[in-house]
Ligand binder design. Structure first.
Ligand SMILES: Cc1cc2nc3c(=O)[nH]c(=O)nc-3n(C[C@H](O)[C@H](O)[C@H](O)COP(=O)(O)OP(=O)(O)OC[C@H]3O[C@@H](n4cnc5c(N)ncnc54)[C@H](O)[C@@H]3O)c2cc1C
Length: 393
């Protein structure tokens, strides 16, 4: 793999940089973190701007409304996007990063032509309905039941930890269609319309004061058979395609943002004085090593993205990327909180940075070793699927 950017890549970078420099300030600051209707409006309006500028779905094939750009330009985009401090992908995350890619890989023509343009234009928001109270790491134990009646399924059960389900239009939903089959063999992947009487959504408040994920209660919710992705009882295979996108490429935007966080940490350390000089004098070796780790992780992300370009679906290497990203993110944000010290409590400023933001970022990072599969589960997957080690008893 050649990691150098070509002249065309650099031309794309220059064009993109000038577009972002004009558009990002004009979009204004994000709304309050618990104003979900406003957050949805803010995130989807930004997605619409990207779409209208030809910057939506850069990795998606042109036949499905994307740009079909080479992986090198997708990477340039991510670098410039982070550099410009452009709006977080927010409510568009599931649709753009794993539901849309799953439909590209596994959906029917009708599903693709209905859903993909809406996702790219920021007109529809998706959530993920995989986990249940008794099925997290052991996802295949899920019990939400779908019973076929004529040309639709009636779905009853409960999902949990569904991120942004309270502002979602559609849900990538895993259900049990054959309770008699071995647990991995009786699962089906459905597209659920969230706007119907059989769907009740209850947000849950988290440690950082936000309510970004929800319980979803389903009582004979209706899903047309035409909204099934893949065959009935073949949902475990389709779910693994979704999870490969979720772990392999979905967090690339977050990973490159670690660079920005680390540069800010260095600036904070230089501004902060301890008993024996600045914090920078004390910590520069450690910050240097963290920088090297972020760069190494970015190279792994580049491998994942260019591999997905060749094969259509990211490889199990994504588990290693997701594991390293989530642990590194915690280390960087925790060090930033330590450097800022007591000033993280309360809305003060240090070296031009809002200290409350440092605390918020660290609290946010704590969830990352759980979401999209815990670190223990990623280690199991690395052992079995990358290193070829036998399954434990
Ligand atoms: C911020 C956030 C957002 C999320 N968003 C969504 C979403 O949108 N949609 C969705 O469906 N789900 C979502 N999830 C759920 C997430 O996928 C689960 O929390 C995760 O898979 C772990 O499941 P669990 O919480 O049930 O923990 P458990 O599975 O009960 O695990 C408890 C502990 O046991 C360990 N453990 C379990 N099994 C093993 C094993 N075989 N080997 C070693 N250790 C093991 C785990 O690592 C963990 O430490 C989200 C979670 C978070 C934190």
């Amino acid at each position: 793999m050649d990691l150098r950017y070509s002249a065309e890549d650099e031309a794309f970078r220059a064009e993109l940089r000038s577009w972002l420099e004009k558009q990002v300030p004009g979009h204004g600051p994000p709304p309050a973190s618990d104003d979900w209707p406003a957050r949805r409006a803010y995130d989807t309006a930004w997605q619409r701007k990207l779409h209208d500028a030809g910057l939506a779905g850069l990795a998606w094939p042109a036949a499905f409304g994307g740009r079909g750009l080479p992986s090198s330009q997708q990477l340039v985009y991510l670098e410039e996007y982070a550099r410009a401090g452009a709006p977080y992908i927010g409510v568009n995350f599931v649709g753009l990063m794993h539901a849309g890619p799953t439909l590209i890989a596994e959906g029917s023509d009708a599903q693709r032509s209905f859903h993909l343009p809406r996702i790219l234009r920021g007109e529809s928001v998706w959530c993920q309905g995989f986990s249940e109270p008794q099925a997290g790491s052991d996802l295949a134990s899920l019990r939400t039941r779908a019973v076929r009646r004529g040309d639709e399924y009636l779905v009853s059960g409960q999902k949990i930890w569904s991120t942004r389900a309270h502002v979602a239009d559609w849900c990538e939903l895993l259900v049990r269609t054959d309770p008699e089959a071995p647990k991995h063999k009786g699962i089906t992947w459905l597209i659920l319309d969230m706007h119907q009487p059989g769907v009740k959504v209850r947000p849950m408040k988290t440690l950082d004061g936000e309510s970004h994920f929800c319980e979803v209660f389903l009582d004979e919710a209706r899903v047309p058979v035409s909204s099934r992705v893949g065959d009935e009882n073949d949902g475990w295979r389709v779910a693994n395609v979704t999870l490969r996108f979720e772990r392999g490429t979905a967090f690339a935007q977050h990973i490159i943002t670690l660079r920005t966080q680390l540069l800010r940490l260095a600036a904070l350390a230089k501004a902060r004085r301890g008993a024996r000089g600045t914090k920078w004098d004390e910590l520069r070796g450690r910050i240097g090593r963290l920088w090297a780790s972020v760069e190494a992780l970015w190279r792994m992300t580049q491998m994942c993205i260019s591999e997905a370009e060749r094969t259509g679906v990211p490889s199990p290497l994504g588990s290693a990327v997701k594991l390293r990203y989530s642990e590194l993110g915690q280390e960087i944000t925790e060090l930033a909180v330590r450097v800022a010290g007591r000033s993280v409590i309360g809305a003060t400023e240090l070296a031009g940075f809002a200290t409350a933001e440092l605390a918020r970022e660290h609290l946010w990072s704590l969830q990352m070793t759980i979401a999209a599969g815990t670190s223990q589960i990623q280690r199991n997957l690395i052992a079995q699927r990358i290193l070829g080690m036998p399954k434990g008893k």
